[in-house]
Write a protein that binds this ligand. Structure first.
Ligand SMILES: [Zn+2]
Length: 410
């Protein structure tokens, strides 16, 4: 099969370490030595009889992919990466083969996949304490059982990922897509599930002022999640890059500030939230006052510091994005007494008097209410065009890219 394969060159690593004198910091710049190439490789084998093989229709470039592969930042899960692997953790495809123990999924069905490779998927019993309480994103066993080490499909040597023609998934990770749902909508479900998780785990109270930092796909899907889950609070969307304000409002924002200019942006945010901006002789400007609840969806260091500034004293900041954070001035947290929370993938939710998974809920919400795929998916490329795809993300301030996906020929 054809696949974009991420590999790790020791020669390049050595050069990178020399260049950045990393011997002193003790940080292995794994991603600095990471190469991506389009090659022919064997299809991934079924890990066991309760796994399925899926032919990829579409695979998103997630913030995790972008941080590691486009921006060459070492990911926080680098210790669980084994090489070579096929990236792609936001995946839609057609089931082609099922193991003997799979009786609820048929070849030919269209499926989206929860990518997390936690205890249940790995056959680890008893489950770790995180999985037991419905938080597989914090699983203790990402290096135990089978498949081999990796936190998710698309970052594990044995499963392949959506940047290849085929990948494999445990039956518990697979959700059949309703026939009426467009593929362009279904491909957003893995990221939408992250948004639903963040909102349900850290919901606004009635009357709260809410800010979403980041007008990329995760930010816009967080707005969708807030509205589709019925929260009628005021939500201010603050985007780093220019964005059509009407798009922000269509998705659910009450106000939109897009196109970042530090002083002007802070003044606008402060004006809307009743805060006050202070300008130092040297260093970063700061804001006192702010929102009751801020969702930071980019994961970039400067944006996280902005998000802390936009959070009111003693209020909540939820970190959702997974790009590389770089250096963050944690002193800002202390000065405002901000309460920091974080979410990543899906988990178990308690809604309407019962338990369900975030992923099931995301499929159900998308099926019943729809997702704004026509606005969010701005660019689609073949695997052969991967250099253009990565370049599109790098230049998103110019080209307005929001969600970039790879599409396969099936
Ligand atoms: Zn676990």
């Amino acid at each position: 099969m054809k696949a974009l394969v991420a590999n790790f060159s020791l020669g390049r690593e050595f050069l990178d370490r020399l260049k950045s004198k990393l011997g002193r910091s003790g940080i292995r710049q794994q991603s600095g030595g990471l190469s991506i190439s389009l090659v022919e490789i064997p299809q991934p084998r079924l890990i066991s009889q309760d796994w399925v093989r899926i032919r990829t229709i579409m695979s998103g470039i997630s913030d995790m992919d972008e941080g590691m592969i486009v921006s060459h930042e070492p990911p926080p899960y680098a210790s669980f990466l084994t090489f070579p692997f096929v990236p792609g953790n936001e995946n839609l495809g057609i089931v082609t083969d099922v193991g003997d123990d799979v009786d609820d999924i048929e070849p030919g069905e269209r499926a989206v996949v929860d990518p997390v490779l936690a205890c249940r998927v790995r056959g680890v019993e008893p489950s770790c304490i995180s999985c037991s309480r419905g938080e597989p994103s914090a699983c203790r066993n990402f290096a135990e059982g089978v498949p081999g080490p990796g936190i998710m499909i698309g970052a594990c040597r044995d499963t392949s990922g959506g940047w290849g023609d085929y990948f494999v998934a445990h039956r518990s990770q697979v959700r059949i897509v309703p026939p009426a749902m467009e593929s362009s909508e279904a491909i957003l479900i893995p990221e939408f599930s992250r948004a639903v998780r963040a909102v349900l785990q850290h919901p606004p109270a009635a009357g709260d002022s809410v800010v979403v930092v980041g007008a990329g796909s995760l930010g816009l899907l967080t707005l969708s999640a807030l509205r589709l889950l019925g929260y009628e609070v005021d939500v201010l969307l603050v985007g780093e890059h220019p964005l059509d304000p009407e798009l922000g409002r269509t998705v659910g924002a009450s106000e939109v500030i897009a196109g970042y200019a530090p002083g002007a942006t802070y003044e606008e945010v402060a004006g809307l939230l009743g805060g006050e901006v202070y300008y130092p002789e040297a260093g970063r400007i700061t804001m006192r006052g702010g929102a009751d609840l801020v969702y930071e969806t980019t994961g970039r260091g400067g944006n996280i510091e902005d998000a802390i500034n936009f959070t009111g004293e003693g209020k909540r900041l939820v970190l959702m994005g997974m790009s590389h954070p770089g250096v963050i001035d944690v002193g800002l947290l202390r000065f405002k007494g901000v309460r920091l929370e974080a979410t990543l993938f899906s988990g178990v939710e308690y809604v309407d008097g019962g338990y369900t998974t975030t992923f099931d809920l995301a499929v159900d919400l998308a099926s019943r209410c729809g997702l704004p795929s026509e606005n969010l998916i701005t660019h689609s490329f073949r695997l052969e065009e991967h250099a253009q795809a990565f370049g599109t993300l790098t230049d998103r301030a110019v080209n307005g890219a929001i969600k970039v996906v790879f599409h396969h020929v099936v």
